[in-house]
Design a protein around this ligand. Structure first.
Ligand SMILES: [Zn+2]
Length: 162
């Protein structure tokens, strides 16, 4: 038996999409919602895959520290990084690809998640899927099976207009 639980985390962040054909090329922000799906094959003595608060503490903690009220920038967007370098304070987090909802989900699933789940001792659980809502109408979903195939950075992804 494999059971999956989900805990969601809200955060605010700014970004711009290099190569976007429209308004998303401008620096702007979103109220993001990231959903973390954690799967396990066994319940603990209380009857849980893992307590929701453990997932929240780790993932919300990481996001609050690194992303919330900051700018998510592609590390090749030198123009943006140069401009932000003039601001104090300036909370900037560089991603190795354009900060689309798809790539933000990919980064959480493949770069951030494994290290956080590893910190949960005594549980045989895995982060199996991340969904990033950029607006209430638009989200990107990535599961580990998808992530194992190479996802080429795409300049023109399904970024939400509203
Ligand atoms: Zn946007």
């Amino acid at each position: 038996m494999n059971v999956t639980i989900m805990r969601q985390v809200k955060f605010c962040a700014g970004h711009r999409l290099v190569g976007h054909e429209g308004k998303c090329a401008n620096l702007h922000g979103h109220n993001y919602l990231a959903q973390f799906f954690v799967s396990g094959g066994e319940f603990d003595e209380v009857g849980r895959v893992v307590d929701f608060s453990v997932i929240n503490r780790l993932f919300k903690g990481w996001i609050d520290e690194n992303w919330d009220h900051g700018i998510l920038a592609w590390d090749e967007d030198s123009e943006l990084l140069e401009a932000l370098g003039h601001l104090q304070p300036s909370k900037v987090f560089c991603l190795p690809y354009n900060p689309t909802a798809e790539n933000i989900a990919k980064y959480l699933l493949t770069e951030v998640g494994p290290g956080l789940v590893e910190q949960i001792e005594g549980y045989d659980i895995q982060l199996t899927k991340v969904v990033v809502w950029e607006t209430e109408n638009a989200c990107a979903e990535l599961s580990i099976n998808d992530a194992e195939s190479t996802i080429a950075p795409r300049l023109h992804s399904g970024h939400a207009e509203t």
